[in-house]
Structure formats: C-alpha cells, structure tokens
Design a protein around this ligand. Structure first.
Ligand code: ZN
Ligand code: ZN
Length: 350
C-alpha cells in the first residue's frame, strides 16, 4: 500500500510538473505574432501568402513569434517545445500531416521550422538550408520581418514548386518573375558585399557625430553629456517612455558654466513603435485581429487596435481585407486540420 502511494505521488508530481508547461492559443491560422514585432502591414503581406498556399494547395503553414519559451514554462531546447505547440494546435491536414510551422522565440534567439509527420525527415536538410542562408543572416542584421518573409517564400517554393502568387502562372510569367528574382538576388549579393563596408563607415560617422565635443552657444565653453542614468531628470515623461521601450534614445548635453542644455534624439531603426496621434511620442503600438476572413466571393474585415504606451490613448479602426484572388476550391474555416508532427524540421539561432 505504501509503495502504491509512493508511485501515485510520483505520478502526481509528474502531472503537476507537466502542467507547468503551457502553450498559447492561436488567434488565427496564419500569423500569430505573440512577440509583437511585426507591423500590421508586415503581417498582412505574410498572411496573404499563407492564405493563398492553403487555398491553392491545401497546405497549412503558420508563423508564430513568442518572446521566450520560458513565458510558457519551458526550459531547454526549442525542438520539444515546437513539436508540442505544433501538435497542440494540430497544424496541417489530419490524414496527410502536411502542416508546417515557423516558430521564432525572439529573446531566446532561436527559431525552428517544424514540419508535419507526413514529410518524415525528408525536409530536414532543405529547411536547415533555408534557415542558414535566408533567415539567420537577416535576423543577425536585425531585419526580423525580412527574414520571416523571405523564409516563408522559400519554404512555399520548396513545398509546392511554385513561388507565392505563381500557382497558376503561365510559362512566360514564371520566366519573367524568375528573372526579376535573379535581379533581386544579385542586388542582395551586392548589398551583402558592400553593406558591411559602407555600413561600417556610416556607423563610425554616426558614432563620431553623436560623441563629438559640443560647445555652448552662449559662452562657447565645453559641454558635457549627462550620464544615461540621471538624464531622465531632464526628459519629458513621454521621452522617458520612448527610451524605456527602445524607440528613441536621448542624449542630454549641459554647459557647466551657464547650465544651458540641449537634448538630442536618436530614433531606433528597427522600432515598431509609431507616433501617437494624441501625445506625438513614438510610443504607439498596433495589433490586428481578423473579424471575418476574406474569401473569393466576399471581402473580409479586420480590426486594428492602436494603443499608446505613454498617454494610454487607445482606439480601433476597421479595415476591409480584399477578396482573395482566384482559387479552385477554398476550404474556409478558422481552425487547423488536426495534423501532427513527429519532430521533423530544422532549427537555428542567431
Ligand atoms: Zn554655457
Ligand atoms: Zn500617446
């Protein structure tokens, strides 16, 4: 009896332990940006490609971003978490098991392309290649949207043999698009080679400009930059919020003789915050929710929610989602098909 109790308590411990791990519920089938780093427009671009893939080929491919796996009670590598989330949502057709999930854990700096069990391990090398050559370099440069968007294109191309928007294209159309892509790629290469050189020079110039000594306009004596920790005393509360959320960085320069002060703003390049309509600070966040999905016969509707982190002004607007262009047979619905994964795919970090 005592032994039985012991075994029972061990089981209970494991049940409890397992319960500590949770998964987010999905808001929609295509883009779940739980880490909130994509703009509404960027989400729309990616969503359109994933919706088209589902309509044209019946393949469910979903993009998920989270801040960290720890927020869901997970410690350790991304693989079991990705497989767990994939199966929790049931991505892909239940018979074909052909779903795909691109999962990005922003603060963990890891990502994974998880594929349904129907692919076995046949996609592992391909997905690894897409992560290493397309997504990782862009992530390293801070271009998260570019990495996800181009990565999605290449995964779709690998799964279907077609690029997004080309499922029903004619031969000449494909050829034209192919040459365009070649030019883009050529541009990418030139950019990849030249950007580090010019980018480096540009950054040096910017740093020099930001740090160079300043003279007071009143008495021409040397000004000093006030330490970041104490410069909040001289900033408006909206500017402090901007610094906290990383959209703008401020330097405060002060004349030691006459107390003349100048405040200089440095906008972050990769901030998703926009200017607020009420307070004007770069503290506005946006997120969108699909109210009605667009079909081939009717337009859809989405709600965009704006919220200011500084003045707390918040408002919503509704926007029409254009009709989905041609499609053979669309299977509407707003839930996944019940597919599962046995751990196939590839991971990467940046
Ligand atoms: Zn002065
Ligand atoms: Zn505001």
């Amino acid at each position: 009896m005592r032994q039985l109790l012991f075994i029972l308590s061990v089981c209970l411990f494991w049940v409890n332990h397992a319960a500590a791990q949770t998964y987010p519920a999905y808001d929609e089938l295509y883009v779940n940006d739980f880490a909130f780093f994509l703009s509404v427009e960027e989400e729309d671009t990616i969503r359109a490609k994933l919706a088209e893939l589902r309509q044209e080929r019946g393949i469910e491919f979903t993009v998920v971003t989270i801040d960290s796996m720890f927020s869901y009670g997970h410690n350790g590598p991304i693989e079991p978490f990705a497989t767990g989330l994939f199966n929790f949502w049931g991505v892909g057709d239940a018979d074909r098991n052909d779903g795909v999930m691109l999962l990005v854990a922003l603060n963990d700096r890891v990502m994974r392309i998880e594929v349904g069990s129907g692919y076995g391990s046949s996609k592992n090398t391909k997905m690894k290649n897409i992560i290493d050559t397309t997504i990782t370099p862009r992530f390293k440069a801070g271009d998260y949207y570019g990495g996800i968007n181009e990565g999605v294109d290449r995964v779709i191309r690998d799964l279907t043999g077609s690029w997004p928007g080309e499922y029903n294209a004619t031969g000449p159309e494909r050829a034209l698009n192919a040459s365009r892509r070649l030019m883009d790629r050529l541009g990418d290469w030139i950019y990849a080679i030249l950007a580090p050189v010019f980018g480096g020079l540009f950054l040096l110039f910017r740093r020099w400009k930001r740090n160079r000594p300043r003279r007071c306009p009143n008495d021409h004596s040397k000004m000093e930059r006030i330490n970041e920790d104490v410069d909040d005393d001289y900033l408006k509360s909206g500017q402090i919020t901007e610094e906290q959320i990383g959209s703008v960085d401020y330097d405060v320069w002060q004349c030691m003789r006459c107390d003349h002060r100048t405040i200089e703003a440095y906008k972050s390049w990769f901030s998703r915050h926009r200017a607020c309509r009420s307070c004007g600070f770069q503290t506005l966040e946006s997120d969108s929710t699909i109210l009605t999905s667009a079909t081939t016969t009717s337009t859809g509707l989405k709600r965009v929610d704006y919220n200011c982190r500084h003045c707390d002004d918040s408002w919503s607007v509704e926007r029409v989602i254009p009709k989905v262009s041609k499609s053979s047979s669309s299977s509407g619905g707003s839930s996944f098909g019940g597919g599962s994964s046995s751990g196939g795919g590839a991971s990467g970090s940046w």
